[in-house]
Design a protein around this ligand. Structure first.
Ligand code: APR
Ligand code: MG
Ligand code: MG
Length: 201
């Protein structure tokens, strides 16, 4: 279900472009925080070595491997689990802004979304903290995205006020809406509040 301005095939036709693939792994859950706030979904992100939040994944070289095989390889390193990713899970790709005015190789970022069972997500969290080779090095830890807003303004708003790598924040916000994981009014409230948190720190 690739969408956006760049198609998967168009992206792969770009000569001299570098590619990075990242995935949003998620599941539904009936768990409630404090026994009363529905968590609704578990969405996995990670605290990276550079102190930024991002999705699992990384650089892929399409002349050596398919995008999906490369993403699976990155997931094995970062999560410690061999997760099959299919071209059908590819939901978006776009040109990343140039990292510096002189940078010559353009980066295309591919985004995938994969829905899993709650038990599988918990298994990923367990392996990511134990057997993953990148644990404690490129990946400092997995984090769940709090989708709720508490009475005191906790939850999604402070989460969104952190710093994210590349376009990870907009990928998250975009797919929360597209996958109907949060009501648009609730998301817009959290976005507005997250900006206020930013300006006060
Ligand atoms: N999440 C993470 N990174 C993203 C995202 C996203 N949602 N979207 C785009 N990117 C971009 C970032 O600019 C990032 O630097 O993709 C780039 C590559 O992704 P990484 O996950 O950082 O790549 P990985 O192959 O896992 O790690 C290699 O080691 O050599 C260093 O600094 C180098 O970050 C690089 C890392
Ligand atoms: Mg990696
Ligand atoms: Mg990575």
């Amino acid at each position: 279900m690739t969408s956006g301005q760049l198609s998967r095939a168009g992206a792969l036709a770009c000569s001299g472009c570098r590619h990075a693939c990242h995935v949003m792994l998620y599941c539904d859950t009936k768990t409630q925080l404090f026994g009363r706030i529905p968590i609704r979904h578990i969405i996995l992100m990670q605290m990276r070595f550079d102190g930024l939040l991002g999705f699992p994944g990384g650089y892929v070289n399409p002349s050596e491997e398919t995008l999906e095989a490369g993403l699976s390889r990155e997931l094995l390193e970062e999560l410690g689990v061999a997760l099959p990713i299919s071209a059908e899970d590819h939901v978006d790709c776009c040109h990343a802004p140039a990292s510096s005015p002189s940078s010559t190789s353009r980066l295309i970022t591919h985004f995938y979304v994969k829905k899993m069972e709650e038990e599988q997500i918990k298994e990923v969290e367990k392996e990511a903290a134990s057997t993953a080779t990148d644990h404690g090095q490129e990946v400092l830890g997995m984090v769940r995205v709090p989708l709720y807003n508490t009475k005191n303004g906790g939850g999604l708003a402070p989460f969104l006020s952190h710093s994210f790598i590349g376009n990870a924040r907009s990928q998250l916000v975009d797919f929360l809406l597209r996958l109907d994981m949060i009501a648009p009014e609730e998301l817009h409230k959290a976005l507005a509040h997250s900006l206020k948190i930013h300006t006060h720190t």
